[in-house]
Ligand binder design. Structure first.
Ligand SMILES: Cc1cc2nc3c(=O)[nH]c(=O)nc-3n(C[C@H](O)[C@H](O)[C@H](O)COP(=O)(O)OP(=O)(O)OC[C@H]3O[C@@H](n4cnc5c(N)ncnc54)[C@H](O)[C@@H]3O)c2cc1C
Length: 386
């Protein structure tokens, strides 16, 4: 491609790292700036569904992901009050056969490390401890104000991609600081508790719990979702276990034992916003910066990786014109990201039904059966970036 100046990517999360790798493959040089001094992640797991795995596998990362993570045999949906299994979505070999790539569970830190070492091997200019403060458009690109512990500099780039997460400075710079708090908070913990190779979603009134192994050494990831307010469910703060247990007071002993197994729970406010605009001129957004999504379909990182693949493809298509490439990318992604956001929100509502509505849900789940349930996810997991 013929960009004379590099593309600046703000944020080396899953989206930013994936984009830098995908662009390196197309010969586009990038500078990736990350505010944190180290590439590291909160101690928690992540589900990588086939739509995301397909792109990471194309980058040659499949073997490393399989070495560090696991491929679950199924996702089971369970009545959280009684502990009765309702149905299951077959994964493992069935997922790979149906959707063309594996469904994986992995520790976030391991995923970040795998992406970061691939970035290092590809000789990508990754600048840790460097924050994008703001940026201004010029005739031929952007000038970004970068700040690191020792220097403030003006950096000229051909274009800017904000991969800087839910609280994106790039999005704020385009006038949209509000990201839409959902009224829900996630409680996250990991604990050494060997279990079967499967993800379990425990459904119940007003709350739900997701548990899954993230390695072969018995590390279990747990995410509980309850209502909460943005301030009390602070960003990665330690939550009160007593408060968490109060949401699950009348649930099955199995669920309560799982929750009691973890000493520390971190809380995260959950967002579900749709910014007024995700790009202008030679600036665009990917991942949570563009479309924060509730985790009830486990698709936020998947969408960020898909965004990266589509954006890289459009930049390849319009090599001399990043603004056109960015608008094409934004148009292409709008309906997909909105559909996943909506489906994630709906999933959460369905997980937390009570009374007659919960009874109807359980009946439908039983009647549908595994094969028809799998078919319902074809549009999510079968997605292929053009
Ligand atoms: C409880 C929970 C469970 C989830 N489970 C799943 C799951 O199972 N599967 C899934 O696919 N998704 C899941 N997600 C969603 C997923 O974690 C996110 O969607 C994904 O991490 C977003 O990646 P990103 O690269 O867009 O942003 P981030 O991961 O937030 O990365 C943004 C990066 O930008 C940096 N940064 C911020 N501002 C600046 C700046 N001004 N200058 C430089 N750097 C900056 C930050 O330090 C950070 O490193 C879950 C989310 C939650 C909350």
């Amino acid at each position: 491609m013929s960009f004379t100046r590099p593309i600046l990517i703000a944020g080396a999360g899953i989206g930013g790292l994936s984009l830098a790798l995908l662009l390196a493959r197309k010969g586009v040089s990038t500078v990736l700036v990350e505010r944190a001094l180290r590439i590291e992640e909160v101690g928690a797991g992540i589900q990588l569904s086939p739509n995301a795995s397909r792109i990471l596998d194309r980058l040659g990362l499949g073997p490393a992901l399989d070495e560090a993570g696991v491929q679950p045999a199924r996702i089971r949906l369970i009545d959280g009050k009684t502990g009765t299994p309702l149905t299951q979505i077959p994964l493992g070999f069935d997922a790979e056969r149906r959707w063309g790539a594996p469904y994986r569970l992995i520790h976030r830190a391991a995923l970040q490390q795998i992406l970061a070492s691939a970035v290092q091997k590809a000789d990508i200019d990754l600048r840790l401890g460097t924050e994008l403060v703001d940026c201004a458009a010029t005739a031929k690109g952007v000038v970004a104000h970068l700040r690191s512990p020792n220097i403030d500099e003006s950096f000229g780039a051909g274009a800017l991609v904000g991969a800087d997460g839910v609280r994106s400075s790039v999005r704020t710079g385009m006038g949209d600081a509000n990201v839409g708090f959902s009224g829900q908070i996630a409680w996250r913990a990991t604990v050494h508790l060997p279990t079967a190779l499967e993800a379990n979603v425990w459904l119940g009134p007003g709350a739900h719990l997701v548990t899954y192994p993230i390695d072969r050494n018995g590390m279990l990831n747990m995410v509980a979702v309850t209502r909460g307010n943005e301030a009390s469910g602070g960003w990665s703060q330690t939550g009160s276990r007593a408060e968490l247990m109060s949401w699950f007071a009348s649930w099955s002993p199995q669920v309560r034992r799982l929750l009691e197994a973890a000493d520390t729970w971190l809380t995260w406010p959950l967002y579900n916003g749709r910014p007024a605009k995700i790009g202008e001129g030679r600036v665009t957004l990917i991942g949570d910066a563009a479309h924060p999504v509730l985790p009830h379909l486990a698709q936020g990182a998947g969408l960020a990786i898909e965004d990266a693949a589509v954006l890289a493809a459009r930049l390849e298509e319009f090599p001399d014109d990043p603004a056109t490439a960015f608008r094409a990318y934004e148009n292409e992604r709008a309906s997909r990201t909105a559909a996943v956001q909506n489906a994630s929100r709906r999933n959460g509502e369905i997980f937390r039904l009570s009374g007659a509505a919960a009874f109807a849900r359980d009946t439908v789940l039983r009647v549908l059966g595994p094969e028809r349930l799998m078919a319902r996810y074809d549009w999510v997991y079968g997605y292929r970036a053009r």
